[in-house]
Design a binder for this molecule. Structure first.
Ligand code: ATP
Ligand code: MG
Length: 365
């Protein structure tokens, strides 16, 4: 059995609390012959700044480069509000994304049946929902140059951001979407705005050509990004995989996130390019939520987003789809039996702690 190298970067706030639960689950999988894992631990964010005066040390960056997957908790908090900008806790995550070349951000929105009634939408709209947003993460308007605020002759100012995409950038993210669709319900919806943006025109042309050349077996549809936002709220189950650029993906993934209830439920993955020699990708898995300083250290954090992120690592980095299904099944069982952390329990309802939720999931396994 191949040994998978995992780097755990718990970070700050509730990061270490939710990572603690994942560690026990990793060890459960190891003990039961469902994978062989070698665990390294490192510091990131404020925790790294306190020790190394940097949001991630060179040593931990090296471990991240060598790992088969990085599990990342969350970073930041009021304690580090005044650290120099280049060392702010978030810089650790940005450095990891950049140095590992993580261009594909995967955000599943899954609505566990037991939580359908907790959504702000009607239960029938979200029950059984299982969609995946594939967002381009390293290009587009967040990075394009020029990016500036210029003072004009009359004293007024002009802000400039530049939306820029090349065909290789569009192709590689769309390729990830098509490949993933093949393992799911075989449908890709490409969201852009070709009606008003040149990058949208190029996006649509590029995805169409790639589809015709290599992915005819997958259903491809084009949808305007604003319409996609509306459809996500109206009838999200029409989608399987949605692929889009950095800006639209930022917005659409947050819309999709809220279909499913609490932030504490949502995992994510960020993938890099496939190494042609080994077939492996650099990858980082993290919950969508932040460090939640308001509840840190109180045992209130929901560990499901972090545990679900490990399930994604099993599926996308370790080729262990069955183990991932098993873990997600255990989460569904625990929710089905009524076990809830505070964020997903109704007002006044009984809630369990972070570690009790972790223990319940292990028991269900
Ligand atoms: P960031 O800027 O790091 O994304 P944020 O300001 O978006 O952070 P979060 O840290 O994600 O905020 O927290 C937002 C709210 O959701 C907080 O009230 C927090 O307590 C709650 N929350 C976040 N994660 C969880 C979790 N795992 N379990 C329970 N509640 C959570
Ligand atoms: Mg946030």
């Amino acid at each position: 059995m191949a040994t998978h190298k995992l780097l755990l970067l718990p970070g700050d706030g509730i990061g270490p609390e939710v990572m603690g639960q994942v560690e026990q689950i990793v060890s459960w999988f190891g003990k039961h012959g469902l994978g062989s894992f070698e665990i390294e631990k490192g510091l990131v964010g404020g925790a790294a700044y306190d020790v190394h005066k940097a949001a991630i040390s060179e040593g931990d960056m090296k471990l991240a480069q060598e790992a088969d997957a990085v599990l990342f908790g969350a970073v930041g908090g009021p304690k580090w509000a005044d650290v120099p900008y280049q060392h702010r806790p978030e810089a650790g995550l940005l450095r990891l994304r950049k140095d590992l070349g993580l261009f594909a951000n995967l955000r599943p929105a899954i609505c566990y049946p037991a939580l359908a009634s907790a959504s702000s939408l009607k239960p029938e709209v979200v029950e059984g929902l299982d969609i995946l947003i594939v967002r381009e993460l390293t290009g587009g308007v967040y990075f394009g140059e020029p990016k500036e605020i210029v003072t004009l002759e009359d004293g007024s100012k002009r802000g400039v951001d530049t939306q820029l995409y090349t065909t290789p950038e569009i192709e590689r993210i769309c390729r990830v979407a098509f490949e993933l669709a093949r393992t799911r319900r075989n449908k890709v919806s490409s969201a852009e705005k070709h009606n008003v943006m040149k990058t949208g025109v190029l996006w649509k042309q590029t995805v169409t050509a790639l589809h015709a050349a290599e992915y005819k077996d997958v259903e491809l549809e084009h949808v305007l990004a604003d319409n996609c936002a509306m459809q996500l709220v109206r009838w999200p189950k029409q989608y399987d995989v949605i692929v889009c650029d950095n800006l639209f993906g930022d917005i659409l993934s947050d819309v999709a996130a809220m279909l499913t209830g609490s932030l504490g439920m949502l995992p994510s993955a960020s993938l890099g390019a496939e190494d042609p020699a080994t077939g492996k990708r650099k990858a980082l898995y993290e919950p969508v939520h932040g460090s939640a300083p308001d509840i840190a250290g109180k045992g209130l954090a929901n560990p499901i987003a972090m545990i679900g992120s490990f399930a994604m690592a099993l599926r996308y980095s370790f080729g262990a789809g069955d183990a991932a299904d098993k873990l997600e099944g255990a989460i569904a069982d625990v929710l089905g039996s009524g076990t809830r952390t505070k964020d997903i329990a109704g007002p006044g309802a009984n809630a369990v702690s972070t570690s009790e939720m972790g223990a319940a999931i292990i028991k269900a396994l």
